[in-house]
Design a protein around this ligand. Structure first.
Ligand code: NDP
Length: 281
């Protein structure tokens, strides 16, 4: 069996074109503020990609850069200014932050209606309760990929590897809300292989390069690889051993070109949703 490769790059291009169409029909330009503290090279690349995608989709992106030694109070003052700025509909603070800044204090300071990352406790609570709110971009991207591939979720057994606040936990909540039967796995879970073998959908988000092996995948299962890992030789790989799993899976996302581009498109979609709500249309 050779898996259907789920092309996140192509789907993201379609979604961005649809966002550009919707943004173009608005009487204002939605605004996204991206805050970057320090000079982490990976963060700089992510921020540039987000800026570029926003501009191509009719969203005005404003990047605000701070030096690595910026005090938390300075960052909080900037967040307050962005909260009050009527031209800004979405605020994203690129993680990780330097040690002197408490990430949760910054996230909690963002206006929940402008929290396009969906990390604010209010939006996390809304997701847990099944209420409308801004949903974290990566799990939202995975749901869109599953939907586009026509993967049935009701009653399906799904294994989610990783329980982080930005990927694994919200992923499990979205799948549960879609009536899947979810097993949330983490570093203390026993027998990951057996747990994955029982699953019809495997979602890998551990940050461990190529840890999901071909033998873990039951024939025809759908494999979604959230991981982005740079190997010593410069190669970019996911959390799934792609070459092994592609022979077992029914469908699989590549790295790069799978979840990554869809995550950025979903960030723009969240900005549009926030703008529509904030500006009352
Ligand atoms: P975190 O490091 O925050 O969380 C990793 C999770 O995986 C933790 O819950 C951890 O368990 C679990 N884990 C780690 N090692 C193992 C193991 N050996 N067996 C089972 N579980 C394990 O990572 P993130 O959630 O932030 O990111 C996960 C991956 O997704 C990374 O590769 C990251 O680069 C990528 N990513 C990709 C995005 C995209 O747009 N495509 C966006 C965001 C992230 P425990 O809780 O017990 O410590």
């Amino acid at each position: 069996m050779t898996a259907l490769v789920l092309d996140g790059k192509a789907l993201a291009a379609k979604l961005r074109a649809e966002i550009a169409r919707q943004a173009g029909a608005l009487p204002f330009t939605p605004g996204l503020a991206v805050v970057l503290v320090g000079d982490n090279p990976a963060s700089a690349v992510y921020v540039r990609n987000k800026e570029r995608a926003a501009l191509g989709s009719g969203i005005a992106a404003r990047t605000i850069r701070f030096p690595a030694d910026t005090p938390e109070t300075r960052l909080l003052a900037e967040i307050a200014a962005l909260n009050a700025d009527p031209a800004i509909d979405g605020i994203l603070v690129q993680m990780p932050l330097p040690a002197q800044i408490r990430a949760m204090a910054v996230i909690a300071a963002i206006d929940p209606e402008k929290d396009v990352d969906g990390f604010h406790p209010l939006n996390v609570g809304r997701l847990a309760l099944g209420l409308a709110g801004l949903v974290p971009c990566t799990p939202r991207a995975v749901m869109r990929l599953l939907d586009h591939a026509g993967v049935p979720l009701r009653g399906a057994r799904a294994a989610v590897l990783g329980r982080s606040h930005i990927v694994g936990r919200p992923m499990a909540m979205l799948l549960t809300a879609a009536d899947a039967t979810v097993t949330l796995l983490h570093s203390r879970s026993r027998d990951l292989a057996a747990e994955c073998q029982r699953a019809e959908i495997v979602i890998a988000a551990t940050g461990r390069a190529e840890m999901v092996r071909g033998a873990w995948i039951s024939p025809g299962a759908v494999v979604i690889d959230v991981g982005i890992n740079r190997l010593g030789d410069g190669r970019l790989v996911g959390d799934v051993a792609y070459a092994e799993c592609v022979g077992h899976a029914g469908a699989i996302t590549p790295v790069p070109g799978g979840v990554g581009p869809m995550t950025i498109a979903c960030l723009l979609e969240n900005t549009l949703i926030a703008a529509a709500k904030l500006r009352g249309r």
